[in-house]
Design a protein around this ligand. Structure first.
Ligand SMILES: *Cc1c(COP(=O)(O)O)cnc(C)c1O
Length: 393
């Protein structure tokens, strides 16, 4: 699944370019750089790959999400609709922007259900933030339409779905901004890194400035640059960007391999009448980092995951049981356990997450098993895996 499985000389060469010049900063130092602009090149390559107008790299995917929200003008008091099945980073980013996360149900795409989105829209809703979870897409066209109808901003969390598409258009390019992560377990890794992509010049300009203390990055004297806005430091280093640059060149090869492996396993498992697969709105655009399927009920799913573990079929998760990606065990969120008071806690509309019920999402998550697709598996390992899984199911 992640790029670190294929880490080699290509990454070392890019990093060495940076180490040889000693310029670890992404801006300036032109006389010393010997032509190496790793962050800038990564941005140019990603824009090309995705068919977007602009890309701005950030230190992490989480900071990319905060940057996208802020650059789209979302802040204090604004409500942002999010799914309960995601990485907590999505929620934390909304909170960090000063806005209020509002949860809506997922459907069998394992992403936001467009049908029920309307029921959580209020006069304070500013944006919808769908997450393309586990490598596949949300019903992004329907969600985009709802945004249009209600005058809401669409921001995509595509952190887990780099290289995915819907009807030929890259995930992350449907809304006003899209976000990617290059953390150590994502498809392409920088060690740590993230990106905001957008077609909107103003969003790009604000993202570029926000992540670097408001600098406008015009001219060649940092001390004389104008400060467009107040910002922060969410910069990526040249070292991290260098790793990602080498990784990005492997993206299509990685996607091909994952798709082949997933196809073989999916075809084999479809022989079982107990299994139903996650709905994927456009199967051709699936990145195939995971194979997600449903068993008839929670008990069947838990039993299967345990037996898979005992049989050495690793990388299978029931997200309802573990603490990772589903709201059920996010006690820190439910109890608003924060180091310091957050703006969202002080609004009169501060949500009561403890008493929030999401029956449709619960029902789906209970039955779901997601299995990581690894790049390093051999043909024999894939066959063994299938045989063991079929025995258990
Ligand atoms: C990984 C991830 C993030 C955050 O990315 P980091 O680079 O780890 O900060 C955000 N959203 C989702 C869905 C993710 O999987």
């Amino acid at each position: 699944m992640p790029g670190f499985e294929l880490f080699g000389d290509e990454e070392r060469k890019e990093v060495n370019d940076v180490l040889e010049t000693g310029v670890l900063f992404r801006y300036g130092f032109e006389p010393m750089r010997q032509g190496h602009w790793k962050a800038r090149s990564f941005e140019e390559q990603l824009v090309k790959r995705l068919g977007a107008s602009y890309c701005h790299l950030c230190a992490t995917g989480t900071s990319a999400l905060v940057t996208a929200l802020v650059a789209c003008g979302i802040g204090a008091g604004d409500e942002v609709i999010v799914p309960p099945f995601t990485f907590i980073a999505t929620i934390e980013a909304v909170l960090a922007a000063g806005a209020v996360p509002v949860f809506a149900e997922i459907d069998e795409t394992l992403c936001l259900d467009p049908q029920v989105l309307k029921t959580v829209i209020t006069s304070r809703t500013r944006a919808i933030l769908p997450v393309h979870m586990c490598g596949s897409m949300a019903r992004i066209d329907d969600i985009g339409q709802i945004c249009e109808q209600h005058g809401l901003i669409l921001i995509e969390d595509a952190c887990q779905s780099l290289g995915g598409s819907f009807n030929g258009k890259a995930l992350g390019t449907f809304g006003k901004a899209g976000c990617f992560s290059f953390d150590p377990v994502k498809t392409v890794t920088c060690g740590e890194g993230g990106a905001v992509v957008t077609d909107d010049t103003a969003v790009y300009t604000h993202a570029d400035a926000f992540t670097d203390h408001g600098h406008d990055h015009k001219g060649d004297d940092r001390g004389l640059e104008a400060h467009l806005i107040l910002g922060t430091n969410f910069r990526i280093s040249e070292l991290n960007a260098a790793v990602g640059l080498a990784q990005l060149r492997k993206l299509d090869m990685m996607l091909d391999k994952q798709r082949q492996t997933k196809k073989i396993i999916k075809e084999a498992l479809s022989q079982s009448d107990k299994i139903r697969f996650r709905h994927i709105p456009d199967p051709d655009g699936d990145t195939a980092t995971f194979l997600s399927f449903f068993l008839p009920d929670e008990s069947a799913a838990l039993t299967a995951v345990n037996k898979f573990g005992e049989a050495g079929v690793d990388g299978c998760f029931n997200w309802y049981a573990n603490n990772w990606h589903y709201i059920r065990h996010w006690d820190h969120l439910k109890q608003w356990r924060t180091a310091a008071k957050m703006p969202s806690q002080q609004t009169e509309h501060c949500p009561d997450y403890e008493n929030l019920t999401l029956p449709q999402s619960d029902d789906i998550m209970r039955r779901t098993i997601s299995m990581q697709i690894k790049l390093s598996w051999t043909v024999e390992q894939i066959e063994q895996r299938i045989a063991k899984m079929m025995d258990i199911i």
